[in-house]
Design a protein around this ligand. Structure first.
Ligand code: GRF
Length: 197
């Protein structure tokens, strides 16, 4: 047992393949964190099954489930679980300002393109990869950045490139970028914790 592990919360809205990769990384003794909470706005997200299979507490954050203001509920649960660092992994809702303030420089996001290009409103899922192909970019890739008030604009922590081939479709590019994302996210989180926390 590594006594120095910090507590992570992963926020995700869909499949959670990045969440899975982080959950798996946390199982190794040398990884400096454990996943103490998976939070989703989507009660049908597959990431919830992944969390339950790994005995990780789950919170569903949507107006149907939560009687009080969402940000208050969210802050309370983060506090209760002693969360040190929040990782967004395909989380489709805006993070309330109160949480960004409380967790300043302690929220990371992964974006499936080379920011600052192809970020901002509407740039999610296949839209990102379609835009990269339409712009005839030679490279796409993945970016890990700190989360600030504006979508996809926080300081960049790490990037990895993927070559866009002539016959790539948005779907094939998405697959290639996702494969890179899994590795990049866990490596960057490890370094971030070791250097900053
Ligand atoms: C990833 O492409 C990530 O970069 C973006 O949302 C997607 C989530 O995929 N923010 P998954 O749910 O982790 O498979």
């Amino acid at each position: 047992m590594n006594p120095k592990k910090i507590n992570l919360a992963i926020f995700a809205s869909h499949s959670g393949s990045n969440a899975q990769s982080l959950i798996d990384a946390c199982k190794t003794d040398s990884f400096p964190a454990r996943v103490s909470l998976v939070l989703s706005n989507n009660s049908n997200a597959y990431v919830i099954s992944r969390a339950k299979e790994n005995n990780i507490p789950v919170a569903i954050l949507n107006k149907k489930n939560i009687p009080e203001p969402l940000d208050e509920f969210c802050l309370n649960i983060l506090k209760t679980k002693n969360i040190d660092l929040i990782l967004l992994a395909g989380y489709m809702k805006k993070i309330p300002s109160a949480i960004i303030k409380e967790y300043e420089n302690r929220i990371l996001n992964i974006h499936p393109a080379l920011l600052p290009k192809f970020g901002g409103k509407g740039m999610f899922g296949l839209n990102v990869h379609k835009a990269v192909i339409e712009a005839k970019e030679e490279y796409s890739g993945a970016t890990i950045h700190l989360v600030t008030e504006n979508y996809d604009e926080g300081p960049i922590l790490a990037q990895e490139k993927v070559k866009v081939l002539e016959d790539d479709t948005a779907e094939s590019l998405q697959k290639k970028v996702l494969a890179v994302e899994h590795q990049l996210y866990k490596n960057t989180v490890k370094l971030f914790i070791e250097n900053n926390m």
